[in-house]
Design a binder for this molecule. Sequence first.
Ligand code: FES
Ligand SMILES: [Fe+2]
Length: 333
Amino acid sequence: MTGALRRWAGHISPFTTLAPTAWSAQRPTYGDANPAVIQAALRRTVSRPSGNWFAFADSSRIGTTPLGTRVAGVPIVAWRGQDGALLAGPRACPHLGADLARSPVECGALICPWHGLRLDGRRHGTWRPLPTFDDGVLSWVRLDAVGGETPTEAPILPVRPPEPRLAAVAAVEGVCEPDDIVANRLDPWHGAWFHPYSFTALRVRHAPAATDDLRPEDDRFVVDVTFKVGRLGVPVVAEFTTPEPRTVVMHIVDGEGVGSVVETHATPLGIGLDGRPRTAVLEAVIAHSDRKHFGRSKAVAPLLRPLMRMAAARLWRDDLAYAERLYQLRSAR
Ligand code: FES
Ligand SMILES: [Fe+2]
């Protein structure tokens, strides 16, 4: 294809056709993936403030029925008040401990199924509501006793794309700690090797130095990568940063969908019955495009969202296996 023809083709479609390549013929990346660089990036990440906020749910999943979960071993219930505001508090009823996640919601109040106690989000005896934040995609709860940091009014959120945008959240759970999830995301070199169904032609342009003290503008990974859809590919430049200790963000900084983000949030759930830690991964894909037809894709969002979730969930099955392996090795030492 001539340059002009290629530019015209790129204007009407973001895809390029990929030449078939053998997985094992790729250039090995272990020489570049310096463990000291990944460990230093992890140390810098976990030393950042979080304001004691934990992402705990896909906001679209909290509606007229309450959602029960636990965060860092604290059982919580979340629901919506009459005005749609996100409310949360301890999951056990203050009377005899019924599971409030099984409560019907009436006029924005939980009604305990055991003896009818109503909780409308205000304090009731020993039961105190927890601070919440709904960022429009994810729901957060602030646990000051767990975080132990200076609390902030709102979580430290990544920069997100403007409208039109399409968001989908995938959730998975693994036997590991949040650091293992973050460490996996701070190794961009595994992408085309470990996820050949999704990525190809991956080259790390910039990796931060293996030091604890870096200027913010240097504290990022910049990667050339082509997203694969069968034999078609979408080449982009992606940048990875960590705004807070449990979040890794990938921004598309060049190519199709500039401004789109993939946010990976690792939230400790607590210890499982087997005595090992559980961590939830909430991955929010917030896609944006300046292409004319993208605005129209909002109409098909209910169809696209499950597909976006499925694509992220497949990646996460493999990335969880990576993170769980890191945890196994660390806990065996
Ligand atoms: S346990 Fe909830 S009202 Fe009795
Ligand atoms: Fe991965």
